[in-house]
Design a protein around this ligand. Structure first.
Ligand code: NAD
Ligand code: 2YG
Ligand code: MG
Length: 259
């Protein structure tokens, strides 16, 4: 799995505000509205304990501070523990945190200490980016394309199938594609096909995954993938609305998911 770098997390508040504006223009809703709709929950100034974790590749210098920024953006009372790991966890629980956020190299969780709910970043990211794509005001049909069916894309595709969209999906890994066809009922998509979509969820770690034949002239590309899969020239040539941000939209989704 590709890990975030400190450079990915620079200027996050600006990125969040920029994307929130794009989401509003493209769907009529902001990130909070979208999350409320998905989970039927609201926030009420909860206390969030953020625990830095040193295992594996270790602490990402601005990861915890980025989590603090997003918790405060949503009016929550965030706090980064003084110590990492188990000592930090003990600190967060002892100081009465309602929600704990922590990540190692494999999994990033939100755990609500009051109601026991737990959520992962990969599922919540897939779900929220899928929901954003599915709410595109200018969509020309219920057809939606999912590019990449890994941990994030699979969760997004599952969400869209449950919402009764016609979900087309592509992954170069044949087993992955076949598994999603069997388990979710997605329609396998061939990139050589001449089928253009006005809603696209991209969830791959690769650039240039979106080609001209995939996107309608007016299209929303909703992508958590790092780096961005949409080539700049295709974005400019067509009227493409692009939602893409490296951390905060997914974290917002995690917090609403555990309320
Ligand atoms: P993953 O490795 O589980 O899955 C990636 C999938 O993409 C694989 O199935 C792979 O076969 C497929 N793929 C590769 N090239 C492709 C192509 N050209 N066309 C279609 N599919 C292709 O990764 P993941 O955990 O699902 O994460 C996906 C991306 O999302 C990564 O870049 C990750 O860093 C990023 N991510 C971002 C956020 C966020 O908040 N922005 C959150 C979580 C993950
Ligand atoms: O506490 C820390 O600073 C580190 N242990 C955090 C490690 C997070 C590693 N995970 C990732 O980089 C992502 N794949 C998951 C984060 C989702 C946002 N893109
Ligand atoms: Mg995100």
């Amino acid at each position: 799995m590709a890990l975030l770098t400190p450079q990915d997390l620079e200027g996050l508040t600006k990125q969040l505000e920029y994307n929130n504006n794009t989401i509003k223009k493209a769907t009529g809703m902001d990130i909070a509205d979208i999350c409320k709709q998905i989970y039927s929950t609201t926030l009420d100034g909860e206390k969030v304990g953020i625990v830095p974790i040193t295992s594996g590749n270790g602490i990402i210098s601005n990861f915890s501070s980025s989590l603090l920024t997003i918790t405060e953006y949503f009016g929550l009372d965030g706090d980064i523990t003084e110590h990492p790991d188990v000592t930090g966890y003990y600190e967060a629980v002892s100081s009465d945190a309602d929600i704990i956020l922590m990540a190692d190299d494999h999994i990033f969780i939100a755990h609500n200490m009051r109601n026991g709910k737990i959520a992962t970043n990969h599922v919540c990211t897939g779900v929220v980016y899928a929901e954003i794509a599915s709410r595109y005001k200018y969509a020309d049909s219920k057809d939606i394309l999912v590019i990449g069916l890994g941990r994030v894309g699979y969760a997004g595709a599952q969400h869209l199938v449950k919402k009764d969209f016609d979900v087309y999906a592509y992954d170069p890994n044949r087993e992955t594609l076949e598994k999603a066809r069997k388990e979710l009922g997605i329609i396998p998509y061939d990139p050589e096909e001449k089928h253009k979509f006005s809603m696209v969820l991209e969830a791959t770690p690769n650039p240039n995954t979106i080609s001209e034949g995939m996107v309608a002239e007016r299209c929303l590309v909703s992508t958590p993938g790092i780096p961005c899969g949409l080539p700049e020239d295709i974005g400019k040539k067509n009227e493409i609305d692009l939602v893409m941000e490296p951390l905060m939209i997914g974290v917002a989704s995690m917090i609403y998911a555990v309320m």
